[in-house]
Each structure stands twice: as C-alpha cells, then as structure tokens.
Design a protein around this ligand. Structure first.
Ligand code: PHE
Length: 345
C-alpha cells in the first residue's frame, strides 16, 4: 500500500506540472486520469489488493486524489471557456458568424400618436401633467361644474369603486387639470394624456377604456382666437397642411362658450364617404373657454385670468391617421396588427 500512496503522490505532482494549454490537452488529461480506463479508476481497482486494516486509510487518500484530479479538470475547463468567449478561436466558435436576429418590438400605435401629440404641443410650450386614474367626485365632476344630476355621472357611464364618499375610475383626464389649477401656479399651459374609463358597450367605435389628451391654457388675456390657432396648428402638424377645420357650437359644463372641432375628411377630402358619413367632416375634439366657475372653484381670480381647454380621444386621432376602422384592435394584442407599426415613428 505504501507504494500505491507514493504513486498517488507522484501523480499529483504530475498533474500540478501539466501546463493548461488548450482543449485538446484537456481532453487528453481527462482520458488519462478520469476516463473509464483512466488512472483514478485503476487505482480504485487496486482497493481489492489492499489489506483489510488499511482499506479505510487508502480509501481516504484515493478519494482526495480523485477530488483533486476532478477539481483540476474543472478549473482548466473554465479557463478555456472564458478565454474562448474572449477570443472565440480555441473552442472552435466562429465569432464572425451573424448572430440570431432579435425580433424588434414596435411602439403601440396609441403610444406612438400620444407621443406625437405631446411633441406637437410641446413645441407650443405645453408641458405634460399626469394624475390618478382612480379619482374622487370633486376632481372628476364637481370642480368641473358637473352638478349632481348631470347625466355623465350616471351609473351607466361611470365605473364607481365606492359611493359616499364617491371613488371612481376617471371618465376624462380633466381631473388633472383641476389638480393643476388647485396648485395655484399661473400661468398654466399643460396637456394631460392618460387612460380614462367609461361604462360603454364595447364595439368598433367605443370601448370601456380609452385614452385622452386634454389641454389647458390659463393666463391673462387668453382668447378664443388663441384656442383656434393652437388647435389649427396641431391639426396641420398632425394631419398635414391641406386639412381644414371647423368649429360647431356645443355644450360642456366646464367651458363657455364651447365648441366641437371637426377636420375635413382625410379619406374623401370633403366629397363624402363612409368614414365622414357623407358630410365631408369628422369630429375630433371638444373645446371651449374655461368656465369662470371652474377658476373660482380652484381659487383662481376669474376677473384676471381666462383660459381655454380642449379634449380629444387618442384612439380617434390614431384611427384617422392610420385609417383603422375598429377600435377594438388597439387592445386585442394581435401581433399581425401591431407589427404594422414597426417602422412608424
Ligand atoms: N372632458 C371632455 C370629455 O371628456 C372633453 C373636453 C375637454 C371638452 C375640455 C371641452 C373642453 O369629453
């Protein structure tokens, strides 16, 4: 047995002196020491020749040797692995091969158009303001002059989370406008993009949630002419210089006077088609001069300040811009639809 132990000692030295150079040498080493007919295996075969009283001691020495030889193998291998990823050559990896293509996602069309809208108004000095989607009655309705019996509060339109006190999913992003006005820092020139919720039957034209961008500009001497010019600029930037606009008198509790704005139909250019229901015009937003009551509700002096506000649905703008005829496509996550926007910026 002494002889065997001496032999093991010699093997250890041999292993220590092997230069670690390359995968081929490593494989050679593996076969010689760790292979099925290798030295370690053979030494275990010697066990039966060791006298019984010494078996335990020999077994220990042998196990340690086995671990030593394996550890050497592993450390050698990891050196080769890391150097081959660095140089690519030794392990036979060809780093000049083209990689597997990574499928690139695309921006969702709603995000795309939202960013475009933000960018256009940004150029006019409007900054983005955001606020909560779960809102209280005051910020969604009361402060906006929507009194208790206003039809928009109807259970059919609004998703209530809690009643008395009322908590609801905001039905428009005007809540952010109220929150900004309440801060009392004037002038205000903001746009409020965000998701809104209404209890509507889902169809090609309506959904129970959608996205809006509302805008608010309050300063001294803000006039309807400013509103008109701002929105005209927006429409031209968004849809091109040929687009015409028209204002129709309308009613919103939070603006006075109020107007809905149409653009000339992008499909038929006014001659009449299905999209514009043969009128030549398509409605895109609601707008008006901020009602003095709102200013007072938010402690802004309505004798000194005036403002305009507007609100549009991003889905509607996107449908017109990209000629999409079903609003449900935006939330179905069908990649065949989404993929079409890969190159849109
Ligand atoms: N808040 C209105 C809506 O959600 C849109 C709007 C905003 C209209 C501002 C006029 C002025 O329908």
């Amino acid at each position: 047995m002494e002889q065997l132990i001496q032999q093991i000692e010699n093997y250890k030295q041999e292993i220590d002196n092997i230069p670690m150079n390359g995968a081929a040498a490593l494989e050679e080493y593996r076969i010689k020491f760790l292979g099925t007919k290798g030295i370690v295996k053979n030494l275990f075969g010697e066990m039966k020749n060791v006298e019984p009283a010494k078996k335990k001691e020999f077994g220990q020495v042998l196990n340690e040797f086995k671990q030593f030889a394996e550890a050497k193998y592993e450390s050698w291998q990891s050196t080769i692995d890391s150097s081959s990823t660095a140089t690519g050559s030794k392990a036979g990896i060809d780093l000049s091969l083209p990689g597997d293509p990574l499928p690139l996602g695309s921006q969702h069309p709603i995000t795309l158009v939202r960013n475009q809208i933000v960018h256009i108004f940004g150029r006019l000095g409007f900054s983005v303001a955001e606020g909560p989607e779960i809102e209280d009655d005051w910020h969604n309705f009361t402060a906006l002059n929507l009194d208790e019996n206003h039809p928009a509060r109807d259970m059919q339109d609004t998703f209530y989370i809690h009643q008395k006190p009322d908590w609801l999913l905001r039905t428009h992003t005007s809540n952010v406008q109220v929150r900004e006005m309440e801060k009392g820092k004037l002038p205000i020139r903001i746009i409020c993009p965000g998701r809104v919720y209404r209890n509507e039957t889902i169809s090609a034209r309506a959904h129970c949630f959608f996205h809006q961008v509302e805008g608010l500009y309050i300063d001294d001497q803000v006039s309807f002419a400013d509103l008109k010019q701002t929105l005209y600029f927006f429409v031209q930037e968004m849809f091109g210089n040929d687009v015409k606009i028209r204002f129709r008198p309308s009613y919103f509790p939070f603006t006075e006077p109020s107007a809905e704005m149409d653009i000339s139909c992008l499909i038929c250019h006014g001659s009449g088609c299905n999209v514009c229901k043969h009128t030549g015009w398509v409605e895109i937003l609601g707008s008006g001069m901020v009602h003095p009551k709102l200013l007072e509700n938010c402690h802004i002096d309505s004798n000194k300040y005036t403002g305009f506000a507007f609100g549009m649905g991003i889905e509607r703008i996107t449908m017109l811009k990209y000629q999409i005829n079903d609003l449900r496509l935006f939330s179905e996550n069908d990649v065949r639809f989404l993929k079409q926007f890969t190159s849109a910026v």
